[in-house]
Design a protein around this ligand. Sequence first.
Ligand code: GLU
Length: 454
Amino acid sequence: MSKVRVRFAPSPTGFFHIGSARTALFNWLYARHTGGTFVLRIEDTDKKRNTPEALRVLLEGMKWMGMDWDEGPEVGGDYGPYFQSQRQPIYDEYLKKLTDAGRTYEKDGAIWFKLEGERYSTYDDYLKAEVEKVKAAPIVIDDEVRGRVERAEEMDFVLVRKDGSPGFHLVNVIDDITMGITHVIRGEDHLSNTSKHVELFNAFGVKPPKFAHIPLILKEEGSGKMSKRDKGALIEEYESRGFLASAVRNYISLLGWNPKNEREKIDIDEIIELFDFPGINKGNSRFDEKKLSALNAEYLRELNIESFTFLARPILNKAGVVSEDADEDYLQAVLTLCQPKARSLETLSELCGYFFIDNYAMDEKTGVKIAKKSDPKELLGEVLPILESIKSFDADSLKSALETHAESKDQKVFAYFPALRYATSGQGGGPDLLPMLAVMGRERVVARIKQFIG
Ligand code: GLU
């Protein structure tokens, strides 16, 4: 096992946001790529928001996306506890080190970190001052993605809040030290925290980990990063809408990472093999639901029919199209026809609902179009006795029987197809007609045609 130790350090809020999922994924990928360790650490210092329910949403989202963690909640590990709310004694011990080294002071009830060098002691002084006056050497971050970044911290900052709770900077750094984290991979929005964190690492006398700041995910339209209110922002929504986790994971891996091989659909094993820091983009990426949906459709069409049926059943059930105990053979036969045309599980009931329900909607435009050419009722009246009496109701037998009939009328067999399809499905398009009729079965087809003829 390599020495690499990375962590995903979410603060559970009740949502698993696509930005967090992407941070988790990049850490997970880097751990799997290097054979290192992926730690899940829960930054639950905000008691009001970090509820058990919020944690559940997060853990389920991680599991759904197949991001297993080597250390953390439910699995334990040698560097625990993995909840910040349980690590107070560690924070006390480390804070004491800073205090003993003369690097803390109290002001307005809070405990502050004292920067070295010439700094401003109040915010007003800082605002009034000219930049040249800052004497302190800037912090240099050799970022794995952005290259050399220099940032000077100009103000002391709070370590322990007025209410006695340890602040983000303090606990984040102490945890990274005590958990032996070698690489911090997190969103670019944390860059301004990183210089503070490096100051803290230096004050503790510990070499900082390597940093990789990953670009933002912009919302689909306009500028600005994706917020939880934007469409497509929450992982739990993809799950409930029937997206495939493999497709979502593939798509998210491309938000800020480029395999440089022109391909979009890449199996997870290959992503793991190719994933590394040089492939991470410097520029921001933009969320593109169409691309995600197209990728999802590709993954859907690739599933074997058993898996496809397994996933489709609850969705069709929820849409009120099939009952919970719907016949597996019929379901599978229908889905075999529909799968190649499926764009999503979410829209599957629109695609194949008429196979299951008898009061399917009749598409008006199609009706008008068909009636222009010839009288569909007359055509159907001709073939109804054939459908009723044909020995075997399979696609080949139907084909030859209908062809024989068409010839006798000096017609092409296709002249009958639009009416047959429309009467039995209400649609103008769909799977190949004869296999479709064969799957529906004689009883259903005959009843539907009779109903149509009236
Ligand atoms: N809890 C912080 C967050 O959710 C962690 C940041 C980090 O990865 O260091 O943004």
